[in-house]
Design a protein around this ligand. Structure first.
Ligand code: ADP
Length: 714
């Protein structure tokens, strides 16, 4: 194996080097003892045959000293701690020591030189033996082996060459072959040893890692907040961790071997459990299933389960591993949130119902107030003082009506019941309509009004709601203006196909700080108390603009005036070709009615009875009156009526039932108009569903009533 190719990581390399130095030092007690014995034998045998006994003594001294020093070094190494043994110094000392020892052995043929051939041969044999023997212990590190072998063998070879015996050449050749093979063999031994060390260390490391993993798993198993449970194919528990104990109340020894279903599932959930079991047997993991479980104390808890089948090598299911998380608190919170959401929805419905009935309750008396006030205006005998009082009642009543309408709008927007129909709205028509409606008010306040109604173009909007927003802004510009001030409208095309409409007044202006709050409901800022208002108009305008895909804002400077602007998708035309899809309805003047027309009115409230009869009379009609649906049916059976006006809520038989019965009895041509104080759109739907043709909302305006009559009596 090529070691360079599989370069070990630095940590493993360090371990290998530690192992090498340990093996090298580990072999020294035997090799040093052997060397000591061989040195003594050589010394004893050569003593009487060497040329210089003094030199032999020197050799003996040197080699024993080296052996001694190296023994001490090995001893110190064996005593060192693992960390110390990793230090480089041991390696350097050992390699240097080996080189010195090799050199000392190489000195033997020189210091222990003898002329006697057989003794010289003895020296050669001893040295070759020592070198060969060293291979076993030194080849753990190739350099140490080479450092020992080269000085000792080369010095011996040199001595043989110098000797110049007849066998010198042959001996030298044998020596060279010996050195070559020794080095090659040593290298091979070194490589194998390295590889063995490496494999053994890697195996050790792997084993240790696995053991660590097992320890960690055991730790996690015991300390995780997840209940970890395993069971076999008979559903008997085989593993039950600490969290399972806490979660379900059974101790480990109580749970092991018990049937899992009996332990933690309520009785009535066997069908659910069976389904899960079938999924698992189909090798399907169950992830995040929320199951109702029971504890030892029979308490109900909710757990989220992660269950997977365990398989053997043949892919057969041998058991099931499951993890569970107690989510009872989360579940309880969820249920509480659902409950409070339901309660909030109920409260919201109650609020809407309250607003609806409030509007009904307020509109009924308002109907009487405004209706009779309007009728009073036609009286010819009134004094100026009385006329002025009637004006006061009329304006207070109208303000109250505006407030009721605005609150209803707000409620409808909140309930999401306000339906808009977006279409191309002709700007000129809208502006003319607004001007017609607002001009008297401007005149009354001595303000100049400048609206260019010849603008050609359109915006995409709901016609009625756009007019509502513009009238609100215009009436504010009149209300919050100075004496002899002015109101101007400017319109411009913006780049992104939007139209900008600015309503500019010369009023007191609004500080930047207050501009932030101006679109909040019921915020009248610091409007003077003598200026009538509700503080809702701008908030409704903002919501309406947003619903129409537009925007609203204000630019204002204190003492200079304000510019309230709206922006809507649309285009200013370069030509006059734009046709409005919605034509602003124009009010028509009263005509002389046909007095032969017979009208039936069904109304139970005496005030409203008097009002509608008087209103009809003012318009030139006479009508018969009944108090409920039942009476209306009898009256219609007796006489041929051209129109029926009916209240919706009446005793005995209400307006819906009356309309329904009439349509059933074949009165399909009779126009039926509902009279209601309820302004919610659902009401209109109910009326139409019951078979009525149209709906008049209270308080009834004379002009509206006239228009209705004309429409249905034609
Ligand atoms: P209202 O006019 O019924 O009070 P709005 O929502 O229409 O309610 O307006 C809110 C407040 O904003 C007003 O009370 C007034 O203080 C201020 N405001 C509105 N329009 C103007 C304006 N053109 N100039 C100065 N202040 C204004």
């Amino acid at each position: 194996m090529d070691l360079r190719r599989n370069k070990p990581d630095p940590q493993l390399q360090e371990q290998i080097e530690l192992e090498e130095i340990r093996l090298l030092h580990g072999g020294t007690p035997f090799s040093y003892t052997a060397s000591f014995v061989i040195v003594l034998i050589i010394y004893t045998i050569l003593q009487d045959h060497v040329v210089s006994p003094r030199n032999l003594n020197i050799w003996l001294f040197i080699i024993l000293s080296v052996l001694f020093v190296r023994s001490i070094d090995s001893f110190l190494f064996s005593r060192a701690s693992e960390e110390e043994q990793k230090e480089k110094k041991w390696r350097i000392r050992f390699i240097a020591g080996t080189g010195i020892a090799g050199f000392c052995w190489g000195l033997l043929p020189w210091l222990g030189y003898t002329h006697e051939v057989e003794y010289f041969a003895f020296i050669i044999i001893c040295l070759v033996g020592v070198i060969a023997g060293s291979l076993a212990t030194l080849s753990y590190r190739w350099e140490t082996m080479a450092l020992f072998l080269l000085p000792s063998s080369l010095m011996l070879a040199l001595r043989v060459v110098i000797e110049d015996h007849q066998y010198s050449n042959a001996t030298t050749l044998v020596m060279a072959v010996f050195i070559f093979f020794s080095l090659t063999a040593g290298k091979r031994v070194f490589n194998n040893t390295q590889q063995n060390i490496r494999l053994r260390l890697e195996a050790d490391n792997r084993e240790r890692a696995i053991e660590l993993m097992h320890q960690k798993q055991a730790l996690h198993l015991q300390n995780t907040p997840l209940a970890i449970i395993e069971f076999d194919l008979d559903l008997n528990v085989t593993e039950w961790n600490k969290s399972a104990e806490t979660m379900f109340g059974y101790r480990r020894h109580e749970a092991i071997g018990e049937n899992i279903l009996r332990l933690i599932l309520p009785r009535d959930s066997s069908e659910e459990a069976e389904k899960l079991w079938q999924r698992l047997l189909n090798y399907e993991a169950v992830i995040g299933a929320i199951i109702e479980n029971k504890t030892k104390n029979r308490d109900k808890i909710f757990c989220e389960w992660f269950i997977t089948p365990l398989t053997d090598q043949q892919h057969r299911i041998v058991g099931i591993a499951a993890m569970a998380l107690d989510i009872t608190d989360k579940k309880i919170n969820e249920q509480a949130i659902i409950k409070s959401k339901e309660a909030a929805e109920k409260a919201s419905h109650a609020k809407s119902d309250f607003l609806s009935s409030m509007s009904h309750e307020l509109r009924t008396p308002l109907n009487a107030i405004l209706g009779f006030t309007q009728l009073l205006k036609y009286e010819k005998t009134l004094t100026d003082k009385q006329k002025s009082h009637i004006e006061e009642i009329s304006s207070a009543g109208n303000l109250l009506l505006e407030l009721v309408n605005q609150i209803l709008d707000l409620a409808r927007i909140e309930k999401g019941h306000l339906q808009l129909s977006l279409e191309k709205v002709n700007l000129a028509d809208t502006l003319s309509e607004c001007q017609a409606m607002i001009a008297p008010l401007a005149e009354q306040n001595q303000l100049s009004l400048d609206i260019n109604t010849r603008v050609e173009g359109y915006v995409i909007a709901d016609y009625t709601r756009l007019k509502q927003v513009m009238l609100n802004l215009l009436s504010n510009a009149i209300k919050y203006n100075r004496k002899n001030g002015s109101i101007r409208i400017r319109i411009k095309q913006k780049q992104d196909d939007r139209i900008y409409i600015g309503i500019i007044d010369t009023g007191p202006g609004i500080s930047e700080e207050l501009q932030q709050e101006i679109f909040q409901p019921f915020n009248r800022l610091n409007a003077a108390s003598n200026i009538e208002g509700t503080g809702i108009g701008l908030s409704i305008s903002k919501q309406l603009m947003e619903m129409m895909g537009g925007s609203i804002g204000v630019i204002s400077k204190i003492d200079e005036g304000s510019e309230f602007w709206i922006e809507l998708p649309g285009k200013l035309a370069m030509t006059t070709a734009i046709e409005s899809e919605t034509r602003a309805p124009r009010l028509e003047v009263l005509d002389n009615p046909d007095s032969s027309v017979s009208i039936l009115v069904a109304e139970d409230n005496p005030t409203n009875q008097a009002l509608i009869l008087n209103q009809l009379e003012a318009l030139g009609f006479t009508a018969d009156l009944v108090e409920n649906g039942q009476e209306a049916l009898s009256a219609i059976a007796r006489k041929d009526y051209q129109l029926l006006i009916t209240d919706c809520n009446m005793p005995v038989m209400d307006g819906y039932k009356l309309a329904h019965t009439l349509r059933q009895r074949g009165y399909s041509q009779l126009p039926i108009l509902a009279l209601t104080a309820d302004a919610f759109p659902e009401k209109r739907a109910d009326c139409i569903k019951a078979g009525m043709n149209d709906l008049i909302t209270k308080p009834v305006d004379l002009k509206t009533l006239k228009n209705m009559l004309e429409k249905y009596l034609n």
